[in-house]
Design a binder for this molecule. Sequence first.
Ligand code: MTE
Ligand code: MO
Length: 292
Amino acid sequence: MIFTLDDLMRLPSVSRIHFLECGANTAMEWGQPSVPTVQYTHGMLSCCEFTGVPLSVLLDYCGYDKQQSRFILAEGADGASLTRTIPIEHALDDVLVAWGMNGEMLRPENGYPLRLVVPGMQGVSWVKWLRRIKVGDQPWGTKDESIQYIDLMPDGSHRQYTSIQECKSVITSPSGGQQLLSKGMFNITGLAWSGRGKIKKVDVSADGGRNWRSAKLEGPIQNKALTRFNIDWIWDGVEAILQSRAVDETGYVQPGIEQLRKVRGSRSSYHNNAIQSWQINASGEVLNVQAY
Ligand SMILES: Nc1nc2c(c(=O)[nH]1)N[C@H]1C(S)=C(S)[C@@H](COP(=O)(O)O)O[C@H]1N2
Ligand SMILES: [Mo]
């Protein structure tokens, strides 16, 4: 079936707030700390309100074979015709065909007139300038899912359809490149998110992971959305290592970088959700380091 934007806007729509994280966010950090600030380590991340038609409503409207259908294909109208396969369970769960963002029409750079919103899934599946959706019984294995956003595993195999952005967090203040001007009280704050649901807890350490205290979560805590946390801390003027560790509602605990490397090896770049460490030097300088 062919829909115009006007047709789509007449269907029942919903508005929901979700994070969007590129699968390459924090990829530079897989080997060693390589960039100085949180903008570079964790900046491929946003959180907006999207408005559109649930894909399940649209598919029902079109009619499709419920027995045979296992995947959908979404295609963009850009020069590269970005095309991604998405499992039908996910497509029918909470995916939107969105035309609105933060109360206005999508902006051209974010996919006007239409984009797929795939809550919890890596950014590349959020196809912008959406022009076609197909339903099928197997993954399409398109160019955009054969080379990029795959993980080279320790046994040499390629993990191709990593898609959910696992639970992750980062301290945004104090963070790399900042300078503490004097010892005393600081309010440590940062963001936590999970592609599998709501954030349940964030613990913060100031001594490189030996001791942890639970941070305050700022509400409302929403499903698959950025959640801000904060905790007071007295800096006594000696070297410290700040870290945050998030837990989501499934009980999944954000891993340390060494723990992640044990499972994923050291040749990946995408899908790095490891705990971030910021070292505070005695001079108050804040540096990107790896610890724990
Ligand atoms: N059609 C199309 N959609 C696309 C892309 C693209 O190159 N073409 N890039 C994807 C990637 S890799 C990401 S991370 C997100 C970024 O979304 P944003 O530009 O709204 O932040 O869009 C996704 N959608
Ligand atoms: Mo991306």
